[in-house]
Design a protein. Structure first.
Length: 760
DNA sequence: GGCGGGTCATAGAA
DNA sequence: CTTCTATGACCCGC
């Protein structure tokens, strides 16, 4: 956020209360060890790979009510309220965020593989100081190109596509997420461009086909090598919104057919074996039991979609192709991946595909259909002890229908009707009855004096603003295109999104008001095992979906730098994110036709925006941190109350399965499973994206140190705010233990480290 | 105006 | 090259 430069007055540099840091005993001693390789080692933690048990979610950072949480009603309010005296903290902290690929719900390296090369300027040297203590955050230092992409590079990344030849054959979690993210970025862009064109009726718009064409041509795909059984990088419960998405990540190759198979050589020579099926309800498959699936063979013009083929009559299915493969598979009893197509509750026309894990065929028989033709039937039974996927969907359905009650439900709607969709409060972990008290309020509250932007003028549209209408000033401010595609999905991250506000004369249902219409998904505040309260959704969430706004009181930065920030776990601070550390948008080079560049994903907030949701807030105050998040934030501005105000809106980075914890990057340093912040108690600026690594004497963990910190004789304070056992790489069945950060908070006293001079 | 059925162009793999 | 498959967006009528 270069825009912050010089705009805030630096706090007094000498008022840093060192005792705050000093009174904590160092648990470990840093011993500098710099092998000083000619090139910086990959700035990435080598976390284990492979799928993790469902239910494990990113570890805990700084948020959410921790420690003494009392009953929902009983908690007295603490803290200094809205404006506490400023106690300036005269050092800065600087962070970078690490790719962590061991998290179930996230499992993506922010999707920026191979896309970063820049080094931040020193633009933040005039930034105001940061809080001390565990909330220490710094401007994010962008991962350098050779490091951020290390996950991909380790197997020889193709810099043009981000996918190496090896990864095209065999993927991993990062590659899968990368491919999916690229695909959807292209698809959103294609949709945006088509939305902007005159709606020529009759033209079939298939953004999915166009996007897959572009990404496949560019070589962006993975797991192209067909295989029986699990596909590396794809986890049970993963959701997809297009058949093409299944194809490009190697889960199910045919773009339309429901049965995927491959020829395998066995005792009896070569024979086809089924590797995956998609149950879409096209045939009358029985989907009652969560572990059993009766699947109908293909062909015979029996499917719902096929009967429209006028020229074809219904006929017997033949034992060939997919049917033959299923027949052979029933004898071999090989693992078959099952993808279940579900109706998308938000878009009746389309489907959501849920990867439900591995099944085997237990029975196969021939059955007469209503129309009298023979069809093949296969009974697939789910292999035991796999994480639930389809079963989760069924549970949610029952909760919604009221057929079964949500276990551990404390409150059906903690917003008391403030949101259009209720937000459940659930604790299945212990007997805590709820988070500490706060007043529910759905948006930000700006104090009267706080004038963050110049008032502007809304558009003059008479109805809904048209997607590409250059006469609409709101559309113009967004670069001539609607920032959202028709279904309300954000197309790209950008410095600022300009929405129509209450003062715009366009219809209230104008598509350019997405963040003002509230969450469309059924959210749930739940007690995590080890990270206090968290937020997740009963509904599947598509990439780019608006989730919620960060609500709370906007605090003047000067006030915030004092005690207010010190004792407040519920802070959103826009200046924490120094820049966008991941690339979510469509690479302009991928689309031929002139497309508006979405190259700039760095936010442009004129003044650091600090929002406290300690006393007043909404569900977003429960969203935990992850360095491998599935949600990002985006500033949005629109007019109301006679001014233009910035709102912080959260959007899904990728498709998020139901009941997966929602997390965003609070912007902190992570090093090998340890969440760290580095600060320097001198007023020198520290900025670099190059990293060096040090190890402590116990070799228990690795610390990455910014190269520019490594000035001989410099004094540092190192603040480790979250610790966790590094998950065993072999024993992946044991979920990583996420320790409560306060139990393990590791604050080293300002520590004299005699760093080697790396410039030699 | 929500639904279900019908229509159309079309993808990847065999 | 053709065939196979049935998707996904849209259209129409009830």
């Amino acid at each position: 956020m270069d825009g912050a430069s010089g705009q805030t007055s630096a706090p007094p540099e000498n008022s840093f209360d060192k005792s705050r840091v000093l009174d904590v005993k160092p648990l470990r001693t840093l011993v500098p060890m710099f092998p000083n390789p000619p090139e910086a080692p990959p700035f990435v933690c080598s976390a284990p790979f492979g799928p993790f048990p469902s239910g494990f979610s990113p570890f805990y950072p700084f948020s959410a009510a921790q420690g003494a949480q009392t009953s929902y009603e009983g908690q007295e309010q603490q803290g200094g309220g809205f404006a506490t005296p400023a106690v300036a903290v005269p050092f800065r902290s600087f962070g970078t965020s690490q790719v962590q690929n061991d998290e179930h719900s996230a499992g993506v390296s922010n999707g920026d593989m191979g896309s970063l090369s820049g080094i931040n300027g020193d633009g933040f040297t005039t930034r105001s100081g940061k809080r001390a203590g565990p909330h220490l955050h710094g401007p994010k230092v962008r991962r350098s190109g050779d490091s951020s992409s290390a996950d991909v590079k380790k197997s020889g990344q193709n810099s043009a596509t981000g996918v190496s030849p090896a990864q095209k054959d065999d993927g991993d979690r990062e590659t899968v997420n990368y491919v999916l993210m690229k695909f959807d970025a292209v698809r959103r862009k294609v949709s945006q461009l088509e939305d902007a064109k005159e709606s020529s009726s009759g033209v079939v718009r298939r953004s999915d086909l166009k996007a897959s064409n572009i990404t496949l041509t560019a070589g962006i795909r993975t797991n192209a090598r067909k295989r029986i059984g699990a596909v590396p990088g794809i986890e049970i419960g993963d959701i997809f919104f297009f058949r093409m998405e299944l194809c490009i990540v190697g889960l199910h190759a045919p773009s339309m057919a429901g049965i995927d198979y491959m020829t395998v050589s066995g005792e009896t020579g070569e024979e086809p074996l089924a590797v995956s099926i998609v149950s879409s309800g096209g045939y009358d498959d029985d989907a009652e039991d969560k572990d059993v699936l009766i699947y109908t063979g293909q062909g015979g013009n029996l499917g719902v979609g096929i009967i429209s083929r006028r020229d074809k009559a219904v006929s017997d299915q033949k034992l060939e192709r997919g049917n033959l493969a299923l027949d052979r598979s029933s004898r071999r009893a090989n693992e078959i991946r099952v993808i279940r197509g579900m109706k998308d509750i938000f878009n009746q026309m389309s489907k959501i595909y849920v990867y439900d894990g591995l099944y085997t065929i237990q029975e196969a028989w021939v059955e007469k259909t209503k129309s009298g033709a023979n069809s093949f039937k296969y009974k697939l039974v789910r292999i035991p002890r796999q994480p639930p996927a389809f079963a989760v969907w069924q549970s949610v359905q029952k909760w919604k229908a009221g057929n079964s009650s949500r276990a551990g439900l404390i409150l059906p709607d903690l917003t008391s009707g403030a949101e259009s969709i209720p937000v459940s409060l659930v604790n299945e972990v212990d007997d805590e009855k709820g988070p500490s008290y706060f007043a529910y309020f759905p948006t930000v509250r700006y104090s009267k004096s706080f004038n963050i932007t110049q008032p502007t003028f809304g558009c003059n549209c008479r109805k809904e603003c048209a997607a590409g209408d250059l006469n609409c000033s709101c559309i113009r401010k967004n670069g001539g295109y609607s920032p959202y595609i028709a279904n309300g999905i954000l197309v790209s991250r950008r410095p600022m999104v300009y929405e129509c506000g209450p003062t715009c004369p366009c219809f209230p249902n104008c598509k350019n008001r997405v963040s003002q219409t509230g969450s469309k998904v059924h959210l749930e505040v739940f007690k995590t095992k080890d990270r206090g309260w968290g937020l997740r959704s009963w509904d599947p969430i598509r990439a780019g979906t608006f989730i919620c706004e960060y609500a709370g009181d906007v605090i003047e930065k000067a006030n915030f730098d004092g005690d207010e920030g010190e004792n407040n776990d519920y802070i959103f601070d826009s200046s924490r994110a120094f820049d966008s550390s991941f690339k979510w948008n469509c690479d302009p080079g991928l689309i031929d036709e002139e497309a508006p560049g979405d190259t700039n994903e760095e936010y442009d907030i004129p003044v650091p925006l600090v929002i406290s949701s300690k006393d007043v807030g909404n569900i977003s105050r429960f969203m935990n941190h992850s360095c491998n998040p599935n949600v990002f934030w985006q500033p949005i501005v629109y007019e109301h109350n006679a001014g233009s105000y910035i709102h912080i809106a959260f959007f899904a980075i990728r498709h998020i399965p139901p009941m997966t914890e929602l997390t965003y990057d609070y912007d902190t340093i992570l090093a090998d499973g340890y969440e760290m912040s580095f600060m320097k108690d001198e007023k020198q600026s520290v900025c670099n994206s190059e990293a060096k690594r040090a190890q402590d004497d116990s070799s228990a963990f690795t610390i990455w140190v910014l190269r520019r910190l490594l000035v001989p004789g410099a004094t540092f304070a190192v603040c480790v705010t979250n610790c966790r056992e590094e998950p065993g790489r072999r024993n992946e069945k044991e979920p990583p233990t996420a320790h409560h950060h306060k139990q393990f908070r590791l604050i080293l006293k300002p520590y004299s480290i005699n760093f080697y001079d790396l410039k030699k």
